[in-house]
Design a protein around this ligand. Structure first.
Ligand code: SF4
Ligand code: SF4
Ligand code: SF4
Length: 243
């Protein structure tokens, strides 16, 4: 029969083997979980790759950033429910932001349907209804008048008028400036039309932006990117600093 001393000795001898077996199982489980996560959520290109990152645009209803990072359980439900494809997720290279959601209008803007706010299990995206959209503050907006078609057309017309008044010839094809002035697409898509974007008085569809009224959906940036076939003249600007 095994004495108590012999039992303790044999246990001590077997301990390293048992520990190494257990750690092998744990390591295997870790690698499997990591592989599963990666295959479910494959790595994407770093967000905001084409712009200076001064902050992050979260989906609507996001609580203050510290609380958001602490409370988001990285469940991806907001992305699953977003038919617009507006919800992106940070990858490993984003450090503590890894597996948290953001919106990049260069990929897809948010149409403020508020579905993501309804499914968030921790309410770090607080429940909102589409009719609450004026309360949203995802970002602000900036307009580059030098790139905007309508503002360019306005300048051309102004120059033409000056040249005509001076009796100097100009080469503008008749009607060209009017055609170039007919844009105003950002105004048309803006859910805060007549508040965040208004037409400049006396101009032909030249937009002016009012940052305080902007909800930061990025719909203006999305359409302008199409109109200009590249770098847009109007952009959603992050207002939430990365902590
Ligand atoms: S409000 Fe709608 S469109 Fe915007 S991020 Fe949420 S689910 Fe997507
Ligand atoms: S969509 Fe772009 S180009 Fe057109 S009016 Fe707006 S800012 Fe200007
Ligand atoms: S100005 Fe642009 S970002 Fe702001 S509410 Fe209007 S469409 Fe959305």
């Amino acid at each position: 029969m095994l004495t108590r001393r012999a039992f303790v000795t044999s246990l001590a001898k077997a301990l390293p083997a048992v520990l190494s077996f257990a750690s092998a199982i744990l390591a295997g489980q870790f690698l499997l979980a990591r592989k599963t996560t990666r295959s479910l959520y494959p790595s994407r290109k770093l967000p905001y790759a084409d712009r200076v990152v001064s902050g992050v645009i979260r989906p609507p209803g996001a609580v203050e950033e510290d609380r958001f990072l602490a409370g988001c359980i990285r469940c991806y439900r907001c992305q699953d429910v977003c038919d617009k494809g507006a919800v992106q997720f940070f990858t490993e290279s984003a450090g503590r932001y890894f597996h948290t959601p953001y919106v990049d209008p260069a990929k897809s803007a948010c149409d403020l349907c508020m579905e993501c706010t309804q499914v968030c299990p921790t309410a770090v995206l607080q429940p909102m209804r589409p009719q609450d959209r004026a309360q949203v503050r995802m970002a602000s907006v900036a307009l580059d008048k030098d790139r905007c078609l309508s503002h360019k057309a306005k300048r051309i017309r102004h120059e033409q008028r000056l040249l005509s008044e001076l009796g100097r010839p100009h080469t503008e094809v008749e009607g060209e400036s009017e055609r170039r002035g007919i844009c105003g697409e950002c105004y048309m898509v803006c859910p805060q039309r007549e508040r965040a974007i208004r037409y400049e008085p006396g101009s032909l569809l030249a937009p002016l932006v009012y940052e305080d009224e902007c909800v930061g959906c990025g719909l203006c940036e999305e359409i302008c990117r199409v109109v200009l076939r590249g770098e847009p003249a109007i952009k959603a600007v992050p207002i939430r600093p990365m902590v």
